[in-house]
Design a protein around this ligand. Structure first.
Ligand SMILES: Cc1cc2nc3c(=O)[nH]c(=O)nc-3n(C[C@H](O)[C@H](O)[C@H](O)COP(=O)(O)OP(=O)(O)OC[C@H]3O[C@@H](n4cnc5c(N)ncnc54)[C@H](O)[C@@H]3O)c2cc1C
Length: 664
């Protein structure tokens, strides 16, 4: 029935004020107001309609993305939206496209690596979108191994130019978003060569296409790399390839903040430390973590609402059947994901703070905390995107068969989201960077250099290596210091075990290669500790709103205890908990699920997602699922006619056994 809230009973059960929780989720009243206003604006504008996306051809989808992107830009200009509002508009537009790379990678790369003059020149064009940029690093042959890139930028002192060249097929740039068909410019990463000497990989601003007719400039071969995973989905993006044939650019288009080449061809590394690049990375990865919480929250919102609508079994004497959300197995799979969405939200918030802190320190030439900040953002990017991809797929399964329908919103969400595990650093490769940092930190323990920031707990190694968890009853698992100690002890002991095993190898690099799998697990344990500790810090702070803090506490402990349960092998083998304490944690977890159950729908309402943004029949706010599933099915072009095309050609001859005789 239209206009009826089929989930009203669920909403009435909530034991907290949803409006207050919306503000906690958004981060502040101001952030909530902006999100709420912009998401509703996008939802009601027909240009941003997206339900027909799956049926579009690649070309139609691409053109539709251009239309939406340019319209969004027009709105931003005409309504004089702030940067914050503009970013929200792009998020709620919900269609990957060239704008993401222009604003998300091209502009930050110039900001981070360009000199003052370069920033003035290029950012003024980029900020007005008079040029469109992308980020061209990855090549056909190399992605993770940036030092293996083959594109060359050779300085020619006669003309004061760099000659950009792709010497092999594998040196072709391959993957950059926005490159294939749209970008006029790119930040291109290439090996810098002066006087025959290779100085390694550096960034260059390169014009790719004519600003008059959009044709590629002479010496440039460029195109789209083809269809990607899923229908619709990320295929709205023109990921591209690019080859240079002795293509020349002026010397001043090398990004020269960190090092430069003089008119005479002399290479000079500036005294600005290379760690400056970390600042940009922290910023980009912080955005990725915040997007992880967004994507996971979308999937969880769909699965939670639908689990409250869906009923299976349990009817006695013709009575009403059980809502699937009441099955403990459903709760055991769904509620940890709900808790994870909140956990990633808060760790994302903390990363924003970290970015501000890093920026201020950089300005004061204080680089001490940078390696730690870099390792922690790399690890959190990896951990949250992996958990979110797996979580979206789990939500699809939680919705049973209907979750597999396109109109559930989950297949497309998964297809769009899952490459986050690969871009901006392959998740395993990133955890190995964290592991290297952890091994270094462990090796310095006792040297008088106290570990700082997220590794500060390692400074209490002596205590953590000796302590035994004090948990004696299930409620002790609601004690923040006991939870933290278990996670700290596990992370530290895993790191120390790796370090001990490494020390058995004469050749450290060979040892590192042998122990890769263990090192990744140690890094993940460290990252999980960070998320747990930031969630605990959140619930220990001031939180306004009726019943809100209680709900967040429940979610925090669900997050921590489900991790403990999932990685029990680690906790037991490091003696961080005993089997009895683990069993008390499971007991406590079940009790927490029961407390979350009446609040589940309200907890996902707090995300304040519009039906447009969710893009899911199963996750509709009003829970009116079944009639809408029918409506969606009837929209499919296959249902345009009752008798399908091909009947006379194939089905009828088959049934009538009336085939034209085969010619051998
Ligand atoms: C949708 C999408 C958008 C992208 N957008 C851009 C863009 O805009 N610009 C751009 O420049 N690039 C872009 N990329 C490329 C992306 O950054 C790379 O794909 C990514 O860095 C991974 O590198 P790779 O493809 O070389 O993977 P590989 O490194 O070849 O990974 C293959 C496997 O090897 C493993 N592996 C690799 N090295 C190690 C190691 N040292 N130890 C252990 N295991 C290892 C990995 O874990 C993985 O399992 C995009 C990619 C995708 C999918």
């Amino acid at each position: 029935m239209e206009g009826v809230d089929h989930l009203a009973d669920e909403r009435n059960k909530a034991e907290f004020n949803v409006d207050d929780m919306k503000i906690i989720w958004a981060g502040s009243r101001h952030a909530f107001d902006v999100s709420n206003r912009i998401s509703r604006f996008v939802a009601t504008d027909p240009v941003f309609e997206k339900s027909n996306r799956a049926l579009m051809t690649r070309k139609e989808l691409f053109k539709n993305t251009l239309k939406k992107s340019v319209y969004a830009w027009k709105i931003i200009k005409e309504l004089r939206l702030s940067d914050e509002e503009g970013i929200k508009l792009r998020i709620f537009m919900d269609q990957p496209g060239f704008l993401d790379l222009h604003w998300g990678m091209f502009v930050p790369a110039i900001k981070g690596q360009g000199t003052e003059e370069q920033q003035q020149k290029w950012l003024s064009l980029a900020n007005k979108m008079q040029i469109i940029g992308c980020y061209a690093q990855t090549e056909l042959g190399h992605g993770s191994n940036v030092q293996g890139l083959e594109t060359t930028a050779t300085f020619d002192p006669k003309t004061d130019q760099f000659i950009m060249h792709s010497p092999t097929q594998t040196s072709s740039k391959w993957w950059p978003g926005g490159l294939g068909k749209v970008s006029t410019h790119a930040v291109v990463y290439a090996r810098l060569i002066t006087n025959g000497k290779d100085h390694g990989v550096h960034g260059f601003i390169v014009q790719l296409r004519s600003l008059d007719d959009h044709s590629p400039l002479p010496g440039i071969t460029i195109g789209d790399i083809g269809m990607k995973f899923g229908n619709g989905a990320y295929n709205s993006m023109d990921n591209g390839f690019l080859m240079f044939n002795q293509f020349r650019i002026p010397r001043d288009q090398m990004l020269m903040r960190l090092s430069k080449v003089t008119r005479e061809g002399k290479y000079i590394a500036s005294d600005v430390p290379r760690q400056l690049v970390y600042g940009t990375m922290v910023s980009v990865r912080q955005t990725i973590v915040s997007k992880a919480s967004d994507a996971l929250a979308r999937a969880v919102c769909i699965a939670t609402r639908y689990s409250a609508v869906r009923r299976q079994f349990g009817s006695e004497n013709g009575g009403i059947e059980t809502q699937v959300i009441d099955y403990k197995t459903q709760q055991n799979r769904l509620f940890p994901l709900l808790a994870s969405a909140y956990a990633f939200r808060f760790v994302g918030e903390w990363l924003k703070w970290l970015y501000t802190d890093v920026t201020q320190r950089l300005e004061a030439s204080d680089f001490v905390t940078l390696p730690e900040a870099h390792a922690c953002t790399a690890g959190l990017k990896s951990m949250t995107t992996s958990a979110t991809s797996d979580g979206i797929e789990e939500c699809r399964k939680l919705c049973g068969g209907h979750g597999y329908l396109w109109c559930s919103g989950l297949p497309e969400l998964f297809a769009v989201y899952v490459p986050a595990c690969t871009y901006e650093g392959d998740n395993v490769v990133l955890q190995l960077q964290v592991a290297r940092f952890l091994m270094k930190t462990v090796s310095q323990l006792g040297s008088g250099k106290a570990p700082a920031g997220t590794t500060a707990y390692m400074g209490r190694a002596q205590h953590l290596l000796q302590c035994r968890s004090g948990v004696q009853k299930a409620e002790d698992w609601l004690n923040p210091s006991m939870v933290l100690e278990a996670f700290e002890s596990r992370a530290l002991r895993m790191a120390i075990t790796c370090a001990k095993n490494l020390s058995k190898f004469e050749n450290q690099e060979q040892g590192f290669s042998e122990l890769l799998a263990d090192l990744v697990e140690a890094a993940i344990a460290h990252c999980q500790l960070i998320v747990v500790s930031k969630f605990i810090a959140k619930i220990e702070g001031e939180i306004e709103g009726k019943g809100v803090k209680k709900q967040l506490k429940n979610l925090c402990y669900i997050y921590a205890l489900h991790l403990l349960h999932k990685h029990l092998g680690d906790f037991l083998s490091t003696n961080s908990v005993t089997p009895e304490q683990a069993s008390l944690a499971s007991h406590q977890l079940r009790s927490l699920y029961s407390q979350v159950r009446p609040n589940a729908v309200a907890l996902v309402d707090a995300f304040d997602y519009t039906d447009h943004y969710l893009g899911s029949v199963l996750g509709r706010y009003d829970g009116n699922v079944y009639p809408k599933l029918f409506e969606e099915a009837l929209k499919d072009p296959l249902n345009d006619s009752v008798v399908p095309d091909g009947y006379h050609e194939y089905i009828r001859p088959l049934i009538k056994q009336n085939f034209p005789s085969a010619k051998l």
